[in-house]
Design a binder for this molecule. Structure first.
Ligand code: NAP
Length: 258
């Protein structure tokens, strides 16, 4: 129970990693504040957490909107009285076109959700986090470790998110607040399963072959599952990481070494 009676706020509770982070934190003993725009999904994950014996509050939120984000912070504090960890997981995939051709408004929209919204939420929660020597975890990506096309706009956003995490670690460290990042590579969840099925169909091979070929490029020969990535978040939020700040933990089965 690494997070017993801690309160964790998760932004971007979608079907993949966001849900896994919320549930793994609850399994580690935390009460959880769930934020995303789709209320029905938040309610579903909240029910799952309550069944685990922890408390959950679903707060439909658009993190790019000042008023909506402020309401999230108020609701979290009104409900639980304190906050120990903020996990900035929400993201919008920016246009997957080469940077030379990308629409600048689409690039800007990616930065709004991936970077500025994480800063907005961190500012809102900073006073509460400082009261409890809390922490922030930014969910980054293995796109940090390569520059392949057509991920230029995504890499711009995630590289900026890493810079944000490092600078916030310096700004918030004197107040006792740690700020770290987790950079997943492949995540073996529904969206990747569907993509591999599509690739397999296109090539006329079984989906397992696409999985095996991909896994062969990874030291551990397996694609990390959402819970395995979420457990790195639990570690960074916990007291075990009390002297760790400004760091990025890559969870990629050894696909890249950093
Ligand atoms: N999937 C991968 O293979 C992979 C690989 C490496 C890194 N990552 C990183 O892991 C994180 C999670 O990715 P995931 O694919 O597993 O997604 P997810 O956690 O299943 O869902 C993320 C959720 O963010 C929410 N969101 C987007 N814009 C928002 C906004 N303006 N306000 C509030 N919520 C918003 C969306 O829900 P609503 O539409 O309901 O708001 C979306 O469902 C991301 O930071 C991503 O960059 C993913």
């Amino acid at each position: 129970m690494l997070l017993l009676d801690k309160v964790v706020v998760v932004s971007g509770v979608g079907p993949g990693l966001g849900r896994a982070i919320a549930v793994r934190c609850a399994k580690a003993g935390a009460d959880v504040v769930l934020a995303a725009r789709t209320a029905a999904r938040l309610d579903e994950v909240a029910r799952e957490i309550v069944q685990l014996g922890r408390r959950a509050v679903a707060v439909p939120t658009d993190i790019t909107d000042d008023t909506s984000a402020a309401r999230l912070a108020e609701t979290a504090l009104d409900t639980f009285g304190h906050v120990d960890t903020l996990v900035n997981n929400a993201f919008a995939i920016p246009s997957l076109t080469n940077l030379l051709d990308a629409d600048l408004d689409a690039v800007r929209a990616g930065l709004d959700t991936n970077v500025l919204a994480a800063l907005r939420l961190t500012r809102l929660f900073a006073p509460a986090l400082a009261e409890h020597r809390g922490s922030v975890v930014m969910i980054n990506s293995a796109v940090l470790r390569h520059s392949r096309r057509p991920f230029g706009a995504y890499k711009m956003a995630k590289a900026s998110l890493l810079a944000l995490a490092q600078s916030l670690a310096t700004e918030l460290g004197p107040r006792g607040v740690r700020v770290n990042s987790v950079a997943p590579g492949y995540i073996w969840a529904e969206s990747l399963r569907q993509y591999f099925a599509y690739l397999a169909k296109k090539r006329g091979v079984p989906p397992q072959q696409v999985y095996d070929e991909t896994a062969a490029t990874i030291d551990l020969r397996a694609l990390p599952e959402p819970d395995e990535v979420a457990d790195a978040v639990v570690f960074l939020a916990s007291g075990l990481a009390r002297a760790v700040t400004g760091q990025c933990l890559d969870v990629n089965g050894g696909e890249y070494h950093h």
